[in-house]
Design a protein around this ligand. Sequence first.
Ligand SMILES: Cc1cc2nc3c(=O)[nH]c(=O)nc-3n(C[C@H](O)[C@H](O)[C@H](O)COP(=O)(O)O)c2cc1C
Length: 202
Amino acid sequence: MEKPLTSNIRPGQEPPDLHAYERAGGYQSLHKALGSMTPQAVVEEVKASALRGRGGAGFPTGVKWGLVPNGEDAPRPKYMVANGDEMEPGTFKDRLLLGGDPHQLIEGMIVSGYATGTDVAYVFLRGEYKLAAHRVSKAIAEAYKAGYLGRNIVGSSYSLEMHLHVSAGRYMCGEETGMLNALEGKRANPRAKPPFPTVSGL
Ligand SMILES: Cc1cc2nc3c(=O)[nH]c(=O)nc-3n(C[C@H](O)[C@H](O)[C@H](O)COP(=O)(O)O)c2cc1C
């Protein structure tokens, strides 16, 4: 079944707030994942869906989630960074998706965070995307208020903190390891891999 990511976006209109997003079926995936599935089952379902990343390489999302060390022995805290740097000339998909339906991003990050055992999540956003920054930070506040972020999300044992980080602005900040350096307050030079950021990063 096709599920266009733009289905809630109306040009020229405000993005759906939390209640409008819920009325359109939003946060149901979160309830399903956290309420009735193990993190491993979520990873398997995303693998089976054949969902792919939008960072350029089309890397399979479920495979990426499955590469994150999980379980009792995994190092903590674990961080997740959503890459909204988008400095590629002529590319505006993240601006549309983040500014047009921010709760969709947030719900996806929470489900991903649950699947990977993430403790703290960042949205790394291009500095010029002022309207998207305003809308994403408003949506994060709404999600905290509704119990979708913070401690014991929707009564589960899973907790997640989420922050918006607005980039100081360099194309290199979009490269995943340069982004981690930028978030740490360093120059956004890329790091040598391995280790890959799915295993060791922020
Ligand atoms: C110079 C450079 C800039 C990049 N900029 C972005 C970007 O703005 N957004 C992005 O998602 N990925 C960007 N990437 C790719 C990331 O390093 C990474 O592969 C990607 O965020 C993974 O996304 P995915 O999990 O959706 O596949 C860039 C890579 C390079 C080398």
